[in-house]
Write a protein that binds this ligand. Structure first.
Ligand code: SF4
Length: 170
């Protein structure tokens, strides 16, 4: 596993930039007390991803955890209110995907799968100064050649569910 910067670069930093803009907080004179309350959409089974804000001017809250709502509760709520089932929020080529997630992508969304395979090919000779081969799938083979049998099929629990560190939220 290489160093992960995606959560920070693609989610946390842009979101914080927008929050600063909306709250009119300039870097050189940031308030020292909380003036922003951020609601992060982490469900109850993901409570391990709850993290306090790194900014003194912001406090984080997790309304789904406060209401003890699991992902399944959220899906039931959406169905009751006539909303379609949303896809999971992970990035298409997230290296934290389980085999089951990769299979769902391959079998259910050919365009997204092709996108992930193309990115996997593009990075396999290394990138951002990394010497050596880099792959999206944890078995370190090209994505379209990876064995996507699920961990459960092998009797192995998925121990990689802590994707995104819980800092980006919804
Ligand atoms: S979903 Fe995966 S690839 Fe996307 S930001 Fe989170 S850890 Fe990174």
């Amino acid at each position: 596993m290489i160093r992960r910067q995606c959560t920070s670069t693609c989610k946390v930093v842009p979101v914080q930039r927008k929050v600063r803009e909306l709250a009119r907080i300039a870097g050189w004179c940031s308030p020292t007390i909380p003036v922003v309350e951020a609601w992060l959409g982490i469900s109850l089974e993901e409570a391990a991803r709850m993290k306090p804000s790194t900014e003194g001017w912001q406090v984080n809250r997790w309304p789904l955890v406060e209401r003890r709502m699991t992902r399944r509760d959220c899906l039931l709520w959406l169905a009751r209110h006539g909303y379609p089932e949303p896809p999971r929020s992970a990035c298409i080529g997230c290296p934290f995907h389980s085999d089951a997630q990769w299979r769902r992508l391959r079998n259910g969304d050919p365009d997204a799968w092709a996108d992930a395979v193309a990115v996997d090919r593009a990075i396999c000779t290394g990138f951002c100064g990394i010497r050596g081969e880099v792959y999206l799938h944890r078995s370190a083979v090209p994505l379209d050649e990876a064995d996507l049998m699920t961990e459960a099929d092998r009797g192995q629990l998925d121990l990689w569910s802590n994707e995104c560190e819980g800092l980006c939220g919804v």
